[in-house]
Design a protein around this ligand. Structure first.
Ligand code: HAM
Length: 420
């Protein structure tokens, strides 16, 4: 028996109410903030992600699905959305459009992770990117949009963590001081962090291992090392967040797992979720990335949210989502002649815009009506031999249990008046 590959799942019809609800809220918030949809290929040149995310990140070192195609090109299934959007921005000369260019996506993401609740090998992200503006007001707007999206979904108990990790000019001094600090505690660090010490000390701050957490709490703080420009940017961002009434906490250990970030980084988590998989949405500024990919210097910021994690939290918080619309009409029939009439009527009603269910095979009328009941239809049309002969059918109001005979050629007209 085949099963879905480890870390992937089928999104069955019963789950789709959540997905439809989230996607509807996502496109509504994008319309409010002026974001337009972009779709990029599922796979890209592997080097795009290696350069963007960083060679020394967990994603590039251990998690990418990279393969050679039949012509020997090295391709990677997208492990995140930002790099592809930046590639498209450069490739299509979007710097000539009014800036910032505001884009959103909703896409499958692939990471070879250890599957557990809230962490999958294929997950889906709704993400937004605002490209071409360095103003901290844009950071505040993007953070507000993320926050408002979760509020509109009905999620409660949200917390917003914020930090600034500086830029290429101020970060090296900070990294030196982190290296100095952690070197003094080298023996107590986990094996991964020992390795990170020389190559990527920022990531130690983010380590969730119990051996490393206490050291991170006392580690040097990035905001104490910001250059004037980055410090000013952070001050102004904080002022805008206060102006917009967004409650935030400055978290000095927040560094993110992708190397392209500069200045602002943020994460949003709902109440009561477990640490590593708690974050429902995260993002930040990446002012150097587009230039690094061959474009003109273009400051940018964005965030992405994991849809599976949203579904999980909507369920956990028992948020009521609108049910899947059921069929409006069920046609039940008895006998071959009635079946012909039923099929023709179903086709006619569907062409007039009514959703119709009927079953095939030789089920009893009782079984068909039982099914009509369980599918929650408002009206059933019942056709038997008598009805075929008389050219009239029985119309049953499923809630009230009342029924009446109506001429076959009036069914569409009557139904379109009575069903929603
Ligand atoms: P990320 O933090 O790696 O950021 O992922 C964004 C969100 O995707 C996470 O907060 C989480 O909700 C979800 N997520 C990540 N990995 C998994 C997984 N294995 N299983 C389930 N859900 C997951 C980025 O990808 C950046 N591109 C975000 C960004 C956009 N920054 C700027 N613009």
């Amino acid at each position: 028996m085949y099963q879905a590959p480890r870390g992937t799942s089928d999104i069955l019809p019963g789950e789709q109410v959540y997905w439809g609800y989230i996607r509807q809220k996502a496109s509504a918030i994008c319309a409010l903030y002026g974001y337009q949809r972009i779709d990029t290929p599922t796979f890209e040149d592997a080097r795009l992600f290696e350069r963007s995310i960083g060679e020394e990140t967990d994603i590039v070192e251990k998690e990418m699905y990279t393969f050679e195609d039949r012509s020997g090109d090295r391709l990677t299934l997208r492990p995140e959305g930002t790099a592809s959007v930046c590639r498209a921005y450069v490739e299509h000369g979007m710097h000539t459009l009014p800036q910032p260019v505001r884009l959103y996506y909703d896409a499958a993401i692939f990471r070879y992770e250890r599957p557990q609740a809230g962490r999958y090998r294929q997950h889906h992200q709704f993400g937004v990117e605002a490209l071409g503006d360095g103003d901290p007001a844009l950071d505040a707007e993007v953070i507000e949009m993320a926050w408002q999206f979760y509020v509109n979904l009905g999620l409660r108990g949200l917390s917003l963590n914020l930090n600034s990790i500086g830029c290429n000019s101020c970060r090296p001094a900070y990294l030196d001081s982190l290296r100095d600090y952690y070197s003094q505690h080298r023996e107590s660090l986990c094996p991964d962090c020992k390795r990170r010490l020389s190559r990527n000390p920022l990531r130690i701050l983010d380590c969730k291992k119990p051996s490393c957490i206490p050291f991170s709490e006392r580690a040097p703080r990035s905001i104490d090392y910001l250059c004037r420009e980055c410090a000013e940017h952070f001050d102004r961002l904080e002022r805008y967040l206060v102006l917009l009434n967004l409650p935030y906490v400055v978290n000095h250990s927040l560094v993110r797992g992708l190397d392209y970030y500069t200045k602002t980084v943020f994460e949003i988590a709902p109440e009561g979720e477990i640490a590593a998989q708690a974050t429902i949405g995260a993002g930040g500024r990446y002012d150097d990335l587009i230039e690094q990919l061959g474009g003109k210097p273009t400051p940018a910021i964005g965030f992405a949210t994991g849809i599976e994690r949203l579904v999980r939290n909507l369920k956990k918080q028992k948020v009521a989502v609108p049910a899947n619309p059921s069929h409006a009409v069920f046609i039940a029939y008895l006998g071959q002649d009635a079946k012909d009439v039923a099929m023709k009527l179903a086709s006619h009603l569907r062409n007039s815009g009514l959703s119709v269910a009927l079953t095939f095979g030789d089920r009893s009328l009782k079984a068909q009506l039982k099914q009509a009941n369980s599918t929650g239809v408002q009206r059933a049309v019942i056709i038997g031999d008598d009805e075929v002969r008389s050219g009239a059918v029985m119309l049953r109001d499923m809630d009230k249990g009342e029924q009446e005979m109506i001429p076959l050629d009036k069914v569409a007209e009557v139904l379109s008046q009575v069903v929603a």
